[in-house]
Write a protein that binds this ligand. Structure first.
Ligand code: NAD
Length: 434
């Protein structure tokens, strides 16, 4: 099939590349010339394991093309996926201006050849209806199209594998014609994957995505609440949460306490869902509580650091991990950035290392000392702060780290070290909930 992807970020680029890998002819459109230049020379503008190899392979095979020409792309495609960003407005609701802009651009190239427009961006319920209204308003009166919802559940860091081996495929359609087209798009995947395919209404599909992210964020905030209770009561949150998670109605995933969730999705999707509930006249207290606990998790961690180090002015502090989670270079809403902002405001001198996210962080904090590895970060530091649980940090030689630091203190925001190992190696150790 001939498919178009509008917006080649984490979702669009991965989706487009994987659909090409599955045998479709895919044209990816973006309006960012820097991104397009990289893509045209087979370079991925984002770090995502396995993606660059698939881009090169499918570009060479001729079934993956990158362009800024939305008009011809729409004319030559049967299905058009909208994958642009949906950032938060200052009041928390989703800003749909990029979705609207793309809908207007698509409308100019619609004609009597039937096309399916797919909303893959994460959007509030009833957005597809607005997209349809926009397309009708600006397109030729003979234009034939349907708008469907196909929310994306990939996780940054495992985006390629999540797309080629999904947990489920959710397709929100309101008629048989668009359902048949979407099933044809996913046929190569459905044929070889055991993933359930949920065909639902467009509105249900939109709510499934916001509901899923809100539930995952609830689990994290619940773990952070238990962690605080454990610290005050003198219990160990890892023991408590492991035993809670053994109940198969609960499950152990996403029950890890830490410095709070970040990233481009959870914070914005949760605040957008809160706004949606308000608009629907529903009490959003549960969602407000998730947000409050999450903010509190970061603040509590910074207070712990301030309490131990007292005056931060002039002290050198090492940061391990900048990305909002391991295996990505994405720093959007990363807890590390909030923690660094606070420490810098208090006068601390920051040395930092992240395997993939330093280039992005330099654009926000050009004046930190960026180091080539964790041992360089440790040199002369009065404390080490773990903000991201990169696997390589778990294998660090604590004896060597201790010998390099000015004072051996670890604030482990992701509980990657064993407290007794850290103590045996001569560290003063502060984890989360233990
Ligand atoms: N990142 C994730 O892990 C993830 C997972 C699931 C769903 N989502 C959702 O998918 C959507 C996209 O997320 P993302 O992280 O890929 O965003 P992103 O910011 O990485 O990418 C968006 C892309 O759209 C392009 N774009 C914007 N307006 C355009 C236009 N008019 N024409 C052409 N290109 C345009 C931008 O240049 C950018 O490359 C969001 O709604 C997000 O919530 C993201």
């Amino acid at each position: 099939m001939k498919l178009a992807i509008i917006g080649t970020g984490y979702v669009g680029l991965t989706t487009g590349t994987c659909l090409a890998e599955l045998g479709h002819e895919v044209i990816c459109v973006d309006n960012d010339p820097v991104k397009l230049e990289k893509l045209k020379s087979n370079k991925s503008p984002i770090f995502e394991p396995g993606l660059e190899e698939l881009i090169a392979k499918n570009t060479a095979a001729g079934n993956l093309v990158f362009t800024d020409d939305i008009s011809n792309t729409v004319k030559n495609s049967e299905v058009i996926f909208i994958c642009v960003n949906t950032p938060p407005k200052p009041d928390g609701q989703a800003d749909l201006k990029y979705v609207e802009a793309v809908a207007r651009e698509i409308s100019q190239s619609l004609n009597s050849d039937y096309k399916v427009i797919v909303d893959k961006s994460t959007v509030p319920v009833r957005t597809a209806e607005k997209v349809k209204e926009t397309l009708l308003r600006y397109s030729d009166k003979n234009a034939k199209f349907d708008v469907v919802s196909n929310p994306e559940f990939l996780k940054e860091g495992t985006a390629v594998i999540d797309t080629l081996e999904p947990d489920r495929i959710v397709i929100g359609v309101d008629n048989e014609e668009s359902k048949a087209v979407m099933l044809k798009v996913y046929k190569p995947l459905i044929d070889k994957s055991p993933a359930p395919v949920k065909i639902v209404s467009v509105r249900s599909a939109e709510l499934i995505k916001h509901g899923a992210n809100t539930f995952l964020a609830t689990k994290i905030s619940f773990a952070n609440l238990i962690a605080e209770a454990c610290e005050v009561a003198g219990a160990d949150a890892l023991e408590v949460l492991e035993a809670i998670g053994l109940d198969d109605r609960i499950g152990s995933k996403f029950l890890n306490p830490g410095v709070g969730f970040g990233g481009s999705c959870f914070p914005k999707d949760i605040s957008a869902f809160k706004k949606t509930l308000e608009v629907l006249g529903i009490d959003p207290s549960l969602v407000s509580a998730i947000e409050l606990i999450n903010e509190h998790a970061t603040e509590r961690f910074v207070k712990k650091i301030e309490k131990q180090l007292w005056v931060l002015d002039g002290k050198t502090i090492g940061i391990l991990g900048l990305a909002f989670k391991p295996n990505t270079d994405d720093i959007r809403n990363a807890p590390a950035l909030k923690i660094i902002s606070k420490l810098v405001a208090d006068g601390a001198k920051i040395k930092a290392y992240d395997p993939e996210a330093m280039e992005n962080t330099k654009k926000v904090f050009p004046n930190l000392e960026y180091c080539p590895d964790p041992y360089e970060v440790s040199k002369g530091s009065e404390a080490l702060i773990v903000c991201t649980e990169w696997p390589e940090f778990k294998k660090l030689d604590l004896q060597q780290i201790k010998s390099l630091m000015k004072t051996p203190i670890i604030f482990d925001g992701r509980n990657i070290f064993n407290p007794s190992d850290a103590s045996k190696n001569g560290f003063k150790y502060f984890g989360i909930g233990r």
